[in-house]
Design a protein around this ligand. Structure first.
Ligand code: HXC
Length: 260
């Protein structure tokens, strides 16, 4: 598959998708969001891939938002279709069985912040800035930002950020829990790859179940969430990897997981 707006790399069990429209600060056009949907589908079907990193081309932006020059021509039906396309992408990222990492290498605004928040782990470069500035354009977040930002930083802070459209720097994002850590720009990708490689060496079924249980459990009452955990924990004892992981520990050797 040849992409016009993305660069795709697969190495050492890690897929990296780079949004590659640096002249418009990697703004998400409809074509770009459609390609992202296809690329995520491709990762979903690939058993060799153990983690996905999402980033933007260049050092200035992760994604500076949905493409304003395109949205300026939209009416309500087109805006709904565009919003649905972005929601499908963010939902697909969350539904992937592997961990996803946003390497936020600059502006993550509007749809860019929403895309980052659909990833499991978010790391930011020192020059990163996050925000939902849609009210400046007299619209609101349209790729899930109202719900995901509220879940990430709490509804009170989400209201302030969305009502004011204020941008926050990487340190503030980390203090709010929106980013996990702040890295020097030239060390961001190495850090994200190191995290991805560490995860890739673990039992893939266990990582996948952990992702699923955390996501499903966060929207459930505690007892229901714990019931899901018990089911998933027990089900993993039916896997070859569980036998291998525990045998390797007792035999004092590295484990070789097969994802079965
Ligand atoms: C289209 C964009 C863009 C965007 C930047 N560019 N952001 N083009 N859509 N979201 C383009 C600029 O027009 C410019 O093109 C080039 O990228 C460089 O941007 P500058 O503004 O010159 O850079 P700078 O002065 O450094 O300012 C950076 C910036 C600013 C602070 C990020 O560009 C900015 O405020 N961008 C818009 C951010 C935003 O409002 N995002 C939310 C969009 S709404 P030229 O051709 O002039 O060089 C959204 C909704 C999501 O995301 C849901 C949809 C359903």
């Amino acid at each position: 598959m040849a992409y016009q707006n993305l660069l795709i790399d697969h190495s050492d069990g890690i897929a990296t998708i780079t949004i590659n429209r640096p002249k418009s600060l990697n703004a998400l056009s409809t074509a770009t969001v459609a390609e992202l949907n296809l690329a995520v589908e491709g990762v979903d079907g690939d058993r060799e891939v153990k983690a996905l990193i999402l980033t933007g081309a260049g050092y200035k932006a992760f994604v500076a938002g949905a493409d304003i020059s395109e949205m300026t021509r939209m009416g309500t039906p087109a805006a709904l279709t565009f919003s649905e396309l972005g929601h499908r992408l963010c939902d697909a990222l969350e539904a992937l069985p592997i961990p996803t990492i946003a390497a936020v290498n600059g502006f993550a605004l509007g749809g860019g912040c929403e895309l980052a928040m659909a990833c499991d782990l978010v790391y930011a470069s020192e020059n990163a800035q996050f925000g939902q500035p849609e009210v400046n354009l007299a619209v609101i977040p349209g790729f899930g930002g109202t719900s995901r930002l509220a879940r990430r930083v709490g509804p009170h802070k989400a209201r302030e950020l969305i009502f004011t459209g204020d941008r926050i720097d990487a340190k503030t994002a980390a203090a709010l829990g929106l980013a996990l850590a702040v890295l020097p720009s030239d060390g961001l990708m190495a850090h994200c790859r190191a995290v991805a490689q560490k995860i890739a060496a673990k039992g893939p079924l266990a990582v996948s179940q952990a992702k699923k249980v955390i996501a499903a459990g966060s929207d459930l009452p505690l007892q229901a969430a714990n019931a899901l955990e018990r089911q998933a924990f027990a089900a993993l004892f039916g896997s070859l990897d569980q036998k291998e992981g525990m045998a390797a520990f007792l035999e004092k050797r590295p484990a070789h997981f097969q994802g079965r």
